[in-house]
Ligand binder design. Structure first.
Ligand SMILES: Cc1ncc(COP(=O)(O)O)c(C=O)c1O
Length: 489
């Protein structure tokens, strides 16, 4: 007699009841749209003890169900997040996202594509790179790849620089084969992610020469020339100049044309970190700041900062496409990719051959949808608006007898402090540290603090498409109010 077969239970992550899942999904979309519409007044703050207890639970064997976990998100996670979507968020360099960007991310996750080098994904990625090149005046022949953000964009550019300029076959021998120290040059206002890249590339952070800046926070060309000369005398190998298009502290721009000239004369690679500053290129009044950027061999850009795309998306553009490809393609081609290797053009534009990740989320989709939906003008207007707002904030600060601007205002950053008469430097620093803490205690406002040339200061960086003039007036009034109260005692 045949034994009756026991039907195996086949597990799946698809819902048993698609209609309930649909209803939950609709609720999530509705809730997030309401949240974004009301973001100006949504409460936020550090997680309460109750919220932490709700978040930090043991993993159950059988799961708690989608509805329950969504409730945890709504009540214990979302209200206590680092919510940079707010109109008065000017800390770090933090883009504020957008509703349409959120939808694009949902579509991407729904598709769950793992390659941008096949099918329609390949065309979308290629098109986005094409649009970016056009917007930032990079030549059509240049190549590029979308990555996770500015840090990876810089790392990618420097990896190509190192492999191209090395005096040994870097892929085969690595830094162990080097007979001379390879050295790079950047200003002392350069973002620390460049140092991390240099370390990870095995060059050692001592190879990175931090060149002093002038009063405008721009790299000093005389000091740069001298440093290169000194290294040559010591038989080191100067191979790369890094320029800043928008320093993180004050939004300063190096003289990129002068750096391009010097790199050419010295036969060195020219890399530009334009994580956010690149986008002055699409403003009406400030595009000249980035003159010379188009002469870079490699350029690092963020799209999640000033372009407000959902995190994390950045881009590396490289002039020499073959050098870029040669850096990342396998030394020994992976066999399972061999079938695709006959078409070099496809390989050279295939993002899996131009950055570290092989499996990639379809990150170009959000950039594609947003750029195509809103067009260049809308983004240009937003960049311009942020710059104008920072000028307005500077004017407001300039009118206050007890406040001062502490670094030249070049683009979208203003550094300032409260400085009542009669206080000495350590007292001013202490006072402003308190103001900083008090301001950031308000859940709906955030700025950063920083130190430039040894001076402590407050810093507002504006890449926020939700900020309005009144928000900057509010900031100045609060600084005055808090500063005035503390200074009394
Ligand atoms: C000038 C500059 N470069 C690089 C980075 C690092 O970019 P990301 O945070 O996207 O990795 C930042 C971040 O603020 C930056 O301001």
């Amino acid at each position: 007699m045949l034994q009756e077969k026991v039907k195996p239970i086949e597990e799946t992550l698809d819902p048993e009841d698609w209609e309930s899942m649909r209803a939950l999904g609709h609720r999530m979309v509705d809730d997030m749209l309401t949240y974004l519409r009301n973001v100006r007044s949504e409460p936020s703050g550090s997680p309460t003890q109750k919220a932490i207890e709700d978040i930090c639970v043991p993993l159950t064997h059988d799961g708690e169900g989608e509805e329950k976990v969504y409730e945890v998100f709504q009540h214990s996670i979302l209200p206590y997040t680092f919510s940079i979507t707010r109109p008065r968020f000017w800390g770090l360099v933090a883009g504020t996202g957008s509703p349409y960007g959120m939808f694009a991310e949902m579509l991407r996750a729904g598709m769950n594509s793992c390659q941008e080098s096949l099918f329609a994904e390949a065309y979308v990625h290629k098109q986005v790179i094409g649009w970016i090149k056009e917007m930032v005046d990079f030549p059509e022949e240049a190549g590029g790849v979308l990555v996770s953000g500015g840090s990876e964009a810089n790392f990618t550019g420097l990896a190509v620089a190192r492999n191209t300029e090395a005096e040994v076959d870097m892929k085969a021998e690595g830094v162990q084969g080097l007979r001379r120290r390879m050295t790079l040059y950047c200003s002392d206002e350069t973002h620390h992610c460049l140092e991390r890249s240099v370390e990870l590339l095995g060059l050692g952070n001592e190879a990175l020469r931090w060149i002093p800046t002038d009063d405008d926070c721009r790299i000093r060309l005389d000091a740069l020339r001298k440093a290169i000369e000194d290294d040559r005398k010591q038989n080191n190998h100067p191979f790369c100049i890094i320029g800043c298009a928008g320093t993180v502290n004050s939004g300063a721009f190096d003289d990129l044309n002068a750096l391009a000239d010097l790199a050419k004369k010295e036969n060195m690679w020219f890399h530009v970190d334009g994580a956010f500053g690149t986008w002055v290129k699409i403003s009406e009044t400030h595009r000249h700041l980035a003159d010379g950027m188009e002469r870079a061999d490699s350029l690092a850009i963020d799209l999640h900062k000033w372009m407000c795309m959902p995190y994390g998306i950045g881009c590396t553009l490289v002039k020499d496409r073959l050098a870029h490809y040669n850096t990342f393609v396998y030394g020994h081609e992976a066999k399972y990719l061999k079938s695709a290797l006959d078409q070099l053009e496809d390989q050279i534009t295939g993002p899996h051959n131009l950055a570290l990740a092989l499996s990639r989320n379809f990150t170009s989709l959000k950039a594609y949808m947003l750029l195509r939906a809103y067009g260049k003008n809308k983004y240009g207007n937003l960049v311009q608006q942020n710059v104008d707002q920072i000028n307005y904030l500077s004017e407001l600060i300039g009118r206050e007898p007890n406040m001062e601007i502490t670094a030249p205002v070049t683009s979208n950053v203003v550094c300032f402090r409260y400085k009542p008469k009669g206080l000495i430097e350590p007292e001013i620093e202490k006072l402003n540290k308190i103001i900083y803490d008090e301001l950031n205690r308000m859940s709906f406002l955030m700025i950063s603090d920083t130190t430039i040339k040894g001076k402590y200061m407050l810093r507002a960086c504006n890449v926020n498409h939700r900020s309005q003039k009144q928000d900057f007036e509010f900031l100045v009034n609060e600084v005055k109010k808090i500063g005035g109260q503390i200074a009394k005692y």
